[in-house]
Design a protein around this ligand. Structure first.
Ligand code: ADP
Ligand code: ASP
Ligand code: MG
Length: 424
């Protein structure tokens, strides 16, 4: 017997038929004698629709955000998960499984006050554990909790993954199974590279990089939490027949295990390729090359919560002026330029140049720590395809390369093949 948290994403609960299939997956685990809690997302497309409704409302001035009150945004967008949690509880009951739905505030999943992007602070697991012991399945609405202001707070897009891992940590589950529309974590997004291979295992650190650098298969925060609390996560498919052989394997269910580095038997040099679209590059030309300049540029951007990523500073040719180039999400480019124009006198630059529609492609693998020449092969392969590199950043276990958006898929496929990741 094991204690399992099962999470089902939007496509897995997209309609009543799929909710019925999800209920069969849950019933399989319950019938095997496991203690089970479930976390659900909204039906696919629902959260986008709800966000669109909020954004379509008239602008309210003085509401905290330029358009709307973030607490009311949360109240609207959290409703999608309320529907699916109730529907799944009904489906389970109709199959004879004792089940009850729970909204975030009823548990209560306590969060901070950052409405729209709240972080979970605490989940009392005792009541869920007691109910599990009595054979009841808690079906918890993902993506939401309750803030210190006593109002619903949502966890940022894709946040149901984080709800699931946090509940798994709170009830000390043996496993957290993330059911989705792919049967595991692949060497790259299988939607853009059909030759992508499913990984049997991936280390927390690599998964964290993969997710942060664009692979949206898991919310970044969920991987961080799993790493800290040592929650064993499996990414697996809800579209397979719930009763197919091996689906209920108590140790190695089909899918990808995300685990500690030490558990990984055969470590490859490169594990995966991720890409993030819609990056913009901003260059400040002829910036004064003196102490305090970087703080004068990036301080005001941070205050406006603009996420700056790759930063490149040229060597100063004359010892007094240099160029500073960095990237931000395309959606923040205009705001960033406005902020920088506002501090032009303090920073002291000639002109701002910018380019949108760029893509960041990243090569990830903990094996890179002990292998030389990994970056050089990427640069050579991209050069052979005539792809120009606009900026590069590296860390111990990743190389990120900024290129023109038109070459995104070619670059991903090229790198995938260069590092021997293609399926044979
Ligand atoms: P859910 O609605 O179940 O949360 P998501 O759409 O958030 O599902 O995540 C699953 C999707 O992630 C897949 O359909 C796939 O296109 C995408 N994806 C991106 N990178 C990867 C990867 N490396 N491995 C698997 N899936 C990936
Ligand atoms: N429904 C939410 C979203 O679409 C949360 C989730 O699916 O994880 O972002
Ligand atoms: Mg998701």
């Amino acid at each position: 017997m094991a204690r399992i948290v099962m999470k089902f994403g939007g496509t897995s609960v997209a309609d009543l038929d799929r909710i019925h299939t999800v209920a069969r997956h849950v019933k399989r685990e319950v019938d095997a004698g496991n203690e089970v809690a479930v976390v659900v997302s909204a039906m696919s497309g629902k959260t986008n629709e709800l966000v669109g409704w909020v954004q379509g409302m008239p602008k309210v001035t003085g509401a905290g955000s330029p358009f709307y009150d973030a607490r009311e945004y949360d109240s609207v967008v959290a409703s999608g998960e309320q529907v699916t949690s109730g529907l799944l509880a009904i489906a389970l009951q109709s199959m004879g499984v004792n089940a009850r739905s729970w909204q975030g505030w009823q548990i209560p999943i306590r969060t901070d006050n950052a409405h729209g992007a709240a972080r979970i602070l605490d989940i009392p697991g005792d009541d869920i554990v007691r109910r599990m012991g009595e054979g009841q399945v808690a079906v918890v609405a993902g993506f939401q909790g309750i803030g210190p202001d006593n109002r619903i707070a949502t966890l940022g897009r894709g946040g149901s993954d984080t709800s699931a891992v946090a509940i798994a940590a709170a009830v000390q589950a043996d496993r957290c199974d993330i059911y989705t529309d792919v049967d595991g974590v692949y060497t790259t997004d299988p939607r853009i590279e059909p030759k992508a291979r499913r990984l049997r295992q991936i280390a927390f650190e690599e998964m964290l990089e993969l997710a942060s650098l664009g692979a949206k298969v898991l919310q970044v925060r969920s991987v961080e939490l799993a790493m800290v609390h040592k929650v064993r996560m499996f990414v697996r498919s809800s579209f397979e027949d719930p009763d197919a052989p091996g689906m209920g394997d108590p140790v190695n269910p089909p899918g990808t295990l995300i685990c500690d580095e030490e558990e990984i038997v055969e470590q490859e040099v490169v594990t995966g390729i991720a890409y993030a679209k819609d990056e913009a590059q901003i260059s400040l030309r002829r910036v004064a090359d003196r102490p305090g300049v970087s703080a004068a540029i990036f301080g005001p951007l941070a205050e406006e919560r603009i996420n700056v990523d790759m930063i490149v500073q040229n060597i100063s040719e004359d010892g007094s002026k240099t160029d500073m180039t960095f990237t931000v999400p395309s959606g923040d480019a205009d705001k960033a330029i406005k902020v920088l124009e506002g501090v032009k006198d303090q920073v002291g630059f000639d002109v701002i140049q910018h380019e949108s529609g760029l893509v960041k492609v990243s090569v990830i693998g903990i094996g890179m720590r002990s292998h030389a020449g990994v970056a050089a092969s990427a640069f050579r392969a991209l050069a052979d395809k005539g792809i120009n590199i606009k900026a590069i950043t590296t860390s111990e276990i990743k190389i990120s390369i900024l290129i023109d958006g038109a070459y995104a898929e070619l670059a991903v496929r090229t790198l995938h093949s260069v590092y021997g990741l293609d399926k044979t």
